[in-house]
Design a protein around this ligand. Structure first.
Ligand code: ADP
Ligand code: MG
Length: 729
């Protein structure tokens, strides 16, 4: 019966590290080999074209058509020189993966043959048959017209033998159907708003960029074991499986040596990353067994996000070369840590100043405090929305589940920053009047620098932490497109800064000194956003109560968390930021609810199938083995003795029957709950029904299956167990 399980376990345990093709050259030679970056542009484009393209990129201007033709020609030449045969518009639909449709360069040459062509028109715009991408009803399918357009701020690259052109994806009427479009809008918005505020401190500032450094966590599983688990294959997580006797208790994995098979995979992945211009930098084991992390050097947010999406597909490919499967799911295994993707985020001016970095002079520090408190105010005002940006059916297994992010957004500042903010808040107007640039602030703001960076003690329970020169949004899920969180955060901060600027301008127009006006408004923001500041244990029950008292969003049901997108203050914020119209928000929420339902639906189906076709038959078979033994004992021994000898088996038989009954009954109830939910028209109500009536049944079914796993003869158990899945040799 269980021969398949033992076969795959054997195969996995005996597997050796796969060879890695290590380039003869050092990384600086092959870094960005497959990226059409400025250096390649310079090499492959006529001088005038190069200048026009750089100008368009740097000044966010549209690309003239004749320039596009010339760029396409040069890009094609470069691509062909590097083995490309096809091209694709690479875009980010609302499915949390990327999409591409490949066309070859081949065209008729009019003489019965072909030649390879690529024009500016094909480079700049395409109409993918997009009716099958989620659009929340914005486009009727009968006029399923959407188009993709080149995002010139992100360089084209070659993956396999395809030239990939990063694009936005929008409907014919201009609504965004993807993540990139609103992210770019948000980045423009925060650029404008933050530049205006940064000019209070340095009038020479022209632009403010948003930076993102993500930390991608993931699990690896041997491919033989993976293919013996239908739940992993179809849903990306284990829907059943009793905890291994040993998992992460000893915390030996985090600091442990990386197994050689994994090290080979990581090296291979790093080389591939570097060829694609992804600045992979750090790799290490994570807390759970078989869990790892890769982090790059941070980059401008749009590019960093493209690189993260690219990395996620690359990982899958490279893993296969090493007989691994990558699990990007937020919670592949119950009972051990899940995976997230910390989003390290900061703003920096074109003068090289990181705005969340304490400076050397009082003026720089006033700037630092200005930006930090505006972020705190934005996160406070939109804490429910920010939670909605990271909420998903898969991330829900981490949210509030006593690990990683609690289901309440709060900000950890560390005690040093907290002290500074306290002192600014409690200082009187007289004291403020004393402050002069020369003397430095009495508040020691001039003393912030280095200590802060080193002293940001690590509160790992905080979903949003200040870490010395940046904020770390830690609640983002490992499988998510970071853009969802980044576009909302940048938009909220942009609008907050806009309003801050208006208030300062009004005060200054009324005759107040700038420095005074800034400190006054800073104090108001510190006071207003006090409820979001929490340095304690984010997992504790006391915090849940306290957070509710503070008026923070404590909703824990994902379909209801999504409502935050449609609150008047969210709609207004996104409108002011120029990022989403109300129609777009409504459409996108339809997609979110639908995705939630579909994910749970698939899991419920797989679990039902496993329960009825894999687990219950084995329980029955084992029960019949025991029954056979009992009846033989009873026929051989006198009654009293027989009862004693067969007692333990009789006991097990009863328990097997009990668990089996519940599994059967709950599976039927789960199927019925699905039937009822499926008849609901509204996507929101349907998702709520799935959340409230289907998920609890899945949990019950799993509980009883896991009990059976502990009782049934190990030889008979059909699916690889946690202890087999989780420890790579
Ligand atoms: P941790 O100790 O949290 O793992 P690391 O020092 O490894 O942190 O950095 C994590 C990520 O933060 C990296 O991707 C790094 O490039 C990024 N990072 C560092 N400084 C900034 C910053 N100012 N803005 C954005 N990301 C940053
Ligand atoms: Mg970190």
């Amino acid at each position: 019966m269980s021969s398949l399980r033992f076969k795959v376990v054997d195969e996995a345990f005996n597997r050796k590290a796969a060879p890695v093709e290590i380039p003869a050259e050092r990384p600086e030679k092959y870094y960005a080999k497959f990226v059409f970056n400025r250096q390649k542009m310079f090499e492959y484009l006529p001088a005038a074209t190069y200048a026009a393209l750089i100008n368009a990129i740097d000044n966010k201007e549209p690309l003239p058509r004749d320039v596009a033709d010339s760029v396409a020609e040069g890009m094609k030449k470069w691509a062909i020189d590097n083995g490309a045969r096809h091209y694709t518009h690479w875009f980010q639909p609302l499915t949390e993966t990327t999409a591409e449709k490949h066309d070859s360069f081949v065209e008729h040459d009019g003489k019965g043959g072909v030649l390879e062509k690529f024009t500016g028109k094909l480079l700049v715009q395409q109409e993918p048959d997009a009716s099958s991408f989620p659009n929340g009803g914005i486009r009727n399918t009968f006029e399923a017209r959407g188009y993709s357009a080149w995002d010139i701020s992100s360089p084209a690259f070659i993956m396999g033998n395809t030239l990939c052109i990063p694009t936005i994806f929008i409907s014919y009427t201009g609504e965004s159907l993807d993540y990139k479009t609103p992210l770019l809008r948000a980045l423009n918005s925060v650029d404008r708003a933050a530049t205006a505020v940064a000019r209070f401190f340095d009038p020479e500032v022209n632009h403010v960029k948003s930076y993102l450094g993500w930390e991608q966590e993931y699990f690896l599983v041997d491919e033989a074991l993976y293919s013996a688990r239908p739940d992993l294959m179809l849903t990306g997580r284990t829907l059943m499986g009793h905890e291994s006797a040993k998992n992460q208790q000893l915390e030996d994995h985090y600091f442990g040596a990386i197994p050689s098979r994994v090290e080979a995979f990581m090296l291979d992945l790093e080389i591939e990353c570097h060829k694609l211009g992804i600045p992979a930098k750090t790799r290490h084991n994570e807390v759970a067994p078989n869990q790892f992390e890769l982090a790059p050097i941070f980059e401008e947010t749009n590019l960093a996000n493209d690189h993260n999406l690219l990395l996620m597909s690359l990982m899958g490919e490279v893993a296969r070369r090493h007989n691994f499967r990558v699990l990007l799911h937020e919670k592949p295994f119950a009972g051990i840590n899940g995976s997230g993707k910390h989003n390290n985020w900061s703003l920096g001016t074109d003068k090289g100043v990181l705005l969340f970095s304490p400076g050397r002079t009082p003026r720089e520090n006033l700037q630092f405090v200005t930006f930090v408190v505006n972020v705190m105010a934005a996160v406070h005002r939109h804490n429910g929305l920010l939670k909605a940006t990271i909420a998903s059916a898969t991330n829900a297994h981490r949210l509030g589940a006593n690990e990683a992010p609690p289901a309440i957004i709060s900000i950890f500042t560390g005690s040093l920053l907290a002290d500074i903010l306290d002192r600014i808040e409690s200082s009187t107007n007289d004291e403020l009047a004393d402050l002069s640039d020369k003397e430095g602030m009495r508040l020691d703001v001039s003393q912030i620098p280095e200590i802060l960076v080193d002293a940001t003690d690590r509160n790992r329970t905080s979903p949003f932490a200040f870490t010395g020169n940046r904020f770390e949004f830690r609640a983002v899920g490992s499988s998510a497109n970071c853009a969802a969180a980044m576009l909302a955060l940048n938009s909220a901060v942009a609008v907050q800064l806009q309003e801050f600027k208006e208030k300062i301008d009004a005060r200054v127009a009324g005759g107040e000194e700038l420095r005074h006006a800034l400190l006054e408004e800073i104090r108001i923001l510190i006071r207003e956003s006090r409820p979001i500041h929490f340095d304690g244990n984010g997992y504790s029950d006391e915090w849940k109560e306290e957070a509710a008292r503070r008026g923070l969003d404590c909703e824990a049901s994902v379909p209801l968390i999504y409502d935050a997108y449609l609150k008047p203050e969210s709609i207004e914020m996104f409108r002011k930021a120029g990022v989403f119209s109300k129609l777009e928000l409504e459409a996108r929420n339809e997609v979110k609810w639908e995705m939630f339902t579909k994910k749970v639906q698939i899991e419920a189906r797989v679990l039902g199938d496993l329960a009825i076709n894999h687990v219950l038959p084995v329980a029955t078979r084992y029960q019949s083995v025991l029954l056979d033994n009992v009846s033989k004992v009873k026929s051989l021994f006198p009654a009293e003795k027989a009862d004693k000898i067969a007692g333990p088996d009789m006991d097990t038989i009863e328990k097997l029957a009990e668990h089996s009954h519940i599994i059967k009954a709950e599976t039927e109830a789960m199927v019925e709950a699905r039937r009822v939910a499926n008849r609901i028209e509204s996507e929101r109500e349907k998702a709520i029904a799935y959340h409230d009536t289907v998920i609890p049944r899945m949990e019950t079914i799993r509980y009883h299956i896991d009990k059976l796993e502990l009782m049934i003869d190990n030889e008979m158990w059909p699916l690889p167990k946690y202890r087999e899945l989780l420890f790579i040799r």
